[in-house]
Design a protein around this ligand. Sequence first.
Ligand code: NDP
Length: 278
Amino acid sequence: MTSPTDCYAVFGKPINHSKSPRIHQLFAGQTGQSIAYGAQEVSAEQFKNSAKAFFANGGKGLNCTVPLKELAWSFADRRTERAKLSKAVNTLALQTDGAVLGDNTDGCGLIRDLITNHAISLTGTRILILGAGGASRGIIAPILEQSPGALCIVNRTAEKAVNLASEFGSMGPITGCGFESLKSLQFDLIINATSASLSDQLPPLTEDLLALNGICYDLAYANKPTTFVQWGMDNRALKSLDGLGMLVEQAAEAFFIWRGIRPKTQAVIDLLNSERCL
Ligand code: NDP
């Protein structure tokens, strides 16, 4: 007897180059789960109707990426605490009572990649996040939970960084500012949560921003080093990493939410790394 195949998908625009279908099929093969996982180009205007149709046709879960995470937050009938904090949802899961749960697995994906995969401790360190968009919002609370010494959010539009910092102010030592305020400051870990790397651009960073033996982490990922990963290497970072590991880890958390089984991630990360044409 064949087991029924549950359907999942990633919605976003653009979606052509999404690695999510491949990652979830690898997870399914590894855990013996029978699932189908597709990718569908869905614009912000189409999202509500497309998501309704997906679940009405028996779909069990969705991943939502740019530009749909805030819309997915609104679409969810219920939200996890971490989704409420980030005000963005990247994972929708049909519940047994028919409600759709919204979660955000980006932050825990980043933390798992940093701490578990790369043995980077955040406790007591000085951390700088570049950017104050959706991704930044999703990683702030999980970072503050690691008790850093200081967390600074810097953004091209300074006001957004200041507002974000005050929103999370009760959770830990967080400040927000514009790039001009970074003069003479140094950080142990710099996380690029801007979308600058996607267009081969670099935020305005001064040479001495990274402390000795500091670490750079770009949420963006590409087959070759991103502009920010390259900046880290040029500025003697101890490690300069991109967001491929985070991508796999946030997917693993979504898979766990849907299937109740936690896939092993390292083999999948290794495989995707080996497929980069460096
Ligand atoms: P948003 O569009 O919400 O935010 C973009 C941010 O980047 C804003 O703060 C914007 O500043 C800033 N920015 C854009 N261009 C520049 C530039 N040239 N110089 C300086 N700042 C710039 O995007 P997201 O937050 O959703 O995504 C950010 C990045 O994170 C993307 O690269 C995305 O691919 C990646 N990501 C990776 C994940 C993973 O699993 N690895 C998961 C989620 C996101 P301003 O406010 O001034 O416009």
